[in-house]
Ligand binder design. Structure first.
Ligand SMILES: NC(=O)C1=CN([C@@H]2O[C@H](COP(=O)(O)OP(=O)(O)OC[C@H]3O[C@@H](n4cnc5c(N)ncnc54)[C@H](OP(=O)(O)O)[C@@H]3O)[C@@H](O)[C@H]2O)[C@@H](O)CC1
Ligand SMILES: Nc1ncnc2c1ncn2[C@@H]1O[C@H](COP(=O)(O)OP(=O)(O)O)[C@@H](O)[C@H]1O
Ligand SMILES: [K+]
Length: 481
């Protein structure tokens, strides 16, 4: 699992390491690593290093210091380096001196545009972890002129380091070179960071437990249930799907199909779409009501069940069965409208809620807002449930405080019925006995990979996602075995 730390934790760790390291050493490590990445980037984008033109956008703190020192290192490799100083009086003095000594040039913001126009690569050293708010106008004007690819130092300036939120002008980087540990911006704002490269500056031992995590492929592979020689269709966990209605049979077909494809155990279906589900997925045992469904080890409830009294009765029934429940779509709306349905639940039985932003607002009485990690954490606390807050970067919060952020692979998942597919995946893992937080995070990852496989750069459908699930699982397993 990749660890991610808030800027507060990074700063504390840097402080401790700083105290036992010779002066300037940490910045030397960071900026040397940055210069290596910049040379590599120049090679990739221009086919060479020597003779290329790099422009540094330099702000008033150590982020600008990193850029200036990296510029000095690049000079030794024959790169023409020009630093545009946004606040000349506050530019990092040692870094500026080093750049000038190495033959680099420093110019004011007024003289900046002509240098930006001729740059092969622009380096964003405007602001790092001490950033607040979007780019200020002077920086924004210059960034606006950039046509060359941008490498961001630590993080793209203008993007909030702890939430990844953008509410004004910001840098859109092609590569971000960060130091010591990943920060939330790197997983919450991937489209602003571009490719993220982590440079080791010896900070890891000081960082402690990460506050956020992102599953690696090996974690997903390890979490995915695989039958053993002793297994049969029951022992792998039977999942029940309570979804769909006469008006919305598709949700039932998608959620049931997704569960069928996710694991090799048994899938039961209960609801008004039994005939259609049976016709699409003959391996599903389908009945008309949850009470007739037979035993399951987890329920998926909600997609397409409606928010009326029938849906409420179904939800109350499955919550009372003492098995893990993934409550999705209409089920989240019912919980928001009639929280008393949760009385049917034994608080120790796992519950996974999978709201999109609109459903979150119903559940919590407010929008998730720009800080989606805090939003998910608060909902997890309030409902004593794992909350999977959907979005481009889905956030998964457990009531015990664990947070995972999912890795998006494009945005093709933004298609009708895609959420129904996700709930089937979550349910299949819950039935197999997975930890609910891990189940939700692993399901989100396979969902995103299935999206990329199904789409292959062209629109896909939720049905396409269902069909791509085995290939996604195969890809994950083959990369790790
Ligand atoms: N510490 C370490 O051990 C190591 C640190 N390292 C590096 O240091 C970086 C952190 O440096 P830092 O703390 O000096 O602050 P930094 O982020 O450069 O900001 C400086 C100033 O910018 C301003 N400003 C704020 N918001 C703004 C905005 N939106 N738009 C424009 N300007 C804005 C504001 O100053 P103001 O202009 O308000 O006076 C703020 O004080 C870190 O990201 C990493 O790169 C590495 O070398 C590894 C070792
Ligand atoms: N821009 C996007 N990028 C990546 N994934 C997205 C994007 N928009 C939506 N998704 C994902 O697609 C799914 C949509 O679910 P949901 O809103 O419940 O749709 P539906 O109700 O149509 O099934 C979620 O898993 C969500 O994370
Ligand atoms: K930056």
């Amino acid at each position: 699992m990749q660890g991610i730390w808030t800027t507060e934790r990074i700063r504390e760790a840097e402080g401790r390491l700083f105290a036992v390291t010779p002066e300037g050493e940490l910045m030397r490590r960071a900026s040397f690593g940055l210069s290596v990445q910049l040379a590599d980037f120049l090679e990739d984008h221009t086919g060479g290093v020597s003779g290329r033109r790099v422009v540094l956008l330099v702000g008033s703190g150590d982020n600008g210091g990193d850029a200036l020192w990296a510029g000095a290192f690049l000079r030794r490799r024959g790169v023409a380096v020009t630093a545009i100083l946004l606040k000349p009086e506050k530019a990092h003095p040692a870094g500026l001196k080093a750049l000038k000594r190495a033959g680099g040039r420093a110019v004011s913001a007024e003289d900046g545009p002509q240098w930006i126009a001729r740059a092969d690569v622009v380096v964003d050293g405007i602001v790092g972890i001490s950033a607040s708010g979007s780019l200020r106008p002077d920086a924004a004007r210059l960034v606006d002129l950039v046509e060359a690819p941008i490498v961001a130092v630590d993080l793209p300036s203008g993007v909030d380091p702890d939430t990844g939120a953008v509410d004004g002008p910001a840098v859109r980087a092609t590569r971000t070179v960060t130091f010591g540990g990943l920060k939330p911006v790197h997983v919450l704002a991937p489209s602003w960071c571009g490719e993220v490269v982590l440079v080791d500056i010896g900070l890891r031992p000081e960082l402690g437990e990460p506050q956020l995590r992102r599953l690696d492929i090996v974690d997903v592979a390890a979490a995915w249930p695989v039958p053993g020689p002793e297994d049969d269709k029951y022992s792998q966990g039977v999942v029940g799907i309570a979804a769909g209605s006469a008006t919305y049979p598709g949700a039932a077909v998608l959620a049931a199909g997704s569960a069928v494809r996710a694991t090799s155990g048994l899938v039961r279906y209960a609801g008004h779409a039994a005939d259609i589900v049976r016709a699409q997925w003959p391996e599903v045992i389908a009945t008309g009501t949850v009470a007739d469904a037979g035993r399951v080890q987890a329920w998926v409830v909600g997609p397409g069940i409606g928010t009326g009294s029938d849906g409420r009765d179904v939800l109350r029934y499955v919550l009372g069965q003492g098995v893990p429940v993934c409550a999705d779509a209409d089920a989240t709306t019912i919980i928001a409208k009639s929280p008393d349905v949760l009385d049917a639940r034994d608080p120790d039985t796992p519950l996974v809620l999978t709201p999109h932003a609109g459903e979150y607002e119903r559940l919590m009485g407010r929008k998730p807002g720009p800080d989606r990690v805090t939003a998910a954490r608060e909902a997890a606390k309030k409902y004593n449930a794992v909350v999977l807050l959907k979005g481009h970067c889905t956030v998964i919060a457990a009531p015990d405080g664990r947070i995972a952020v999912n890795r998006p692979r494009g945005a093709w998942l933004a298609t009708a019925g895609s959420g129904d597919v996700l709930s089937g995946l979550v349910g299949a893992l819950l039935a197999a006995g997975s930890d609910p937080w891990l189940a939700a995070a692993a399901a989100a990852d396979v969902h995103s990979l299935a999206g990329a496989i199904a789409a292959q750069n062209a629109p896909t459908s939720a049905s396409g996602l269902v069909h791509a699930i085995p290939e996604a699982i195969r890809a994950i397993r083959s990369l790790t075995s």
